[in-house]
Write a protein of this length. Structure first.
Length: 336
């Protein structure tokens, strides 16, 4: 409750915290640990153990294990029996017949290299140096500032509009936004702590005072002891009943709730094929159009490589110090 008081100030009629409540602060699907799977082959058990030693991210371990599972299911046998020629045919199949995207093919090759070369000790397969799967140059959908404003106006329920607005005003990924807790809002400092983002990395981003006020008002409705965007659940829809369910919620709002609302609003307005993630693209593009440097935007978005950020490059010659003011300008005038 101390964290709440720091950024929300004293509250009247604060609801009681649910006793012994275990709150899951991570939004999205809770992926199981591959170590707990029912492994069809001993080699897959050993592979799950190797992944646990190599990768901290459960999402990464799950994805790599799944890629190897698809391989042994395709051949219907223990993957230790798969030859280099077998695997070459598999990659050709998924690339030409299943039309897998380059990133998926690269991940499949990477997971197979760990399995066959690192774990089993096979000699280096020439196939791994022959794979060339460059990404297709597809520009992201970016909304104009007026389109963002109209989209937010179209999302009429505040419990959905505020997180969508925050995604745009802070350049967040959907899961990063919905995973926020009261400890992550540094209102007096004008900062927002993003914990466990992509690659399990933390970062700090600026947040405009107007957005902080919106979050304070939003939290004051439900006063969940930990979550900023708690799950409203199902049932009666009176404001008091929804607020009561949000107060006692132990998990964040489902990702699909906002994804569905943004698609419906987009269709109602006749906007381009935008998604929730398009608001993050729009944030980056609007900052760079206003003069923010590419390195500043890279840090704000949490990109590991500058190449990822360069897709938003327009004209970037202004100081990094301008970013906070630019974030406030983006937030100003949007519906509350």
């Amino acid at each position: 409750m101390e964290a709440i008081l720091r950024w929300c100030g004293p509250m009247h009629n604060t609801k009681q915290t649910p006793p012994n409540a275990i709150i899951n602060t991570r939004a999205g699907r809770n992926l199981p640990d591959p170590l707990t799977y029912n492994h069809p082959y001993d080699s897959m058990r050993r592979y799950a153990e190797l992944l646990a030693l190599r990768h901290d991210s459960q999402s990464t371990r799950h994805s790599y294990y799944r890629a190897m599972r698809l391989i042994h299911e395709h051949f219907g046998m223990d993957p230790v029996l798969v030859t280099e020629d077998n695997f070459r045919g598999y990659l050709i199949h998924v690339k030409t017949r299943k039309a897998w995207k380059p990133n998926t093919i690269r991940q499949t090759a990477a997971c197979a290299k760990i399995f066959f070369i690192d774990m089993l000790g096979f000699p280096e397969w020439k196939l791994f140096s022959q794979i060339r799967t460059p990404d297709h140059e597809v520009l992201p959908i970016v909304l104009t500032r007026d389109q963002v404003r109209r989209l937010l106006v179209c999302i009429r329920l505040r419990r959905y509009r505020i997180p969508v607005k925050l995604i745009y005003c802070a350049g967040l990924r959907l899961s990063e936004c919905l995973s926020l807790t009261v400890d992550d809002i540094k209102g007096d400092e004008g900062k927002l702590m993003i914990r466990g983002g992509k690659g399990n990395k933390d970062r700090m981003v600026p947040i405009a005072p107007e957005m902080v006020q919106d979050l304070r008002r939003y939290w004051a409705v439900h006063q969940n002891p930990k979550l900023i965007f708690p799950n409203a659940g199902r049932g009666a829809c009176s404001p008091d009943q929804v607020a009561a369910r949000m107060h006692s919620a132990t998990s964040p709002m489902p990702l699909c709730s906002l994804q569905r609302l943004v698609v419906l609003a987009r269709k109602e307005l006749g906007l381009p094929q935008a998604t929730v993630h398009s608001l993050r693209h729009s944030y980056a593009t609007h900052l760079m159009e206003a003069g923010a440097s590419i390195h500043a935007v890279q840090a704000l978005l949490g990109h590991k490589r500058i190449d990822t950020t360069m897709i938003y490059l327009h004209l970037t010659h202004r100081s990094d110090q301008d970013c906070c003011a630019l974030v406030e300008e983006l937030t100003s005038g949007l519906p509350r």
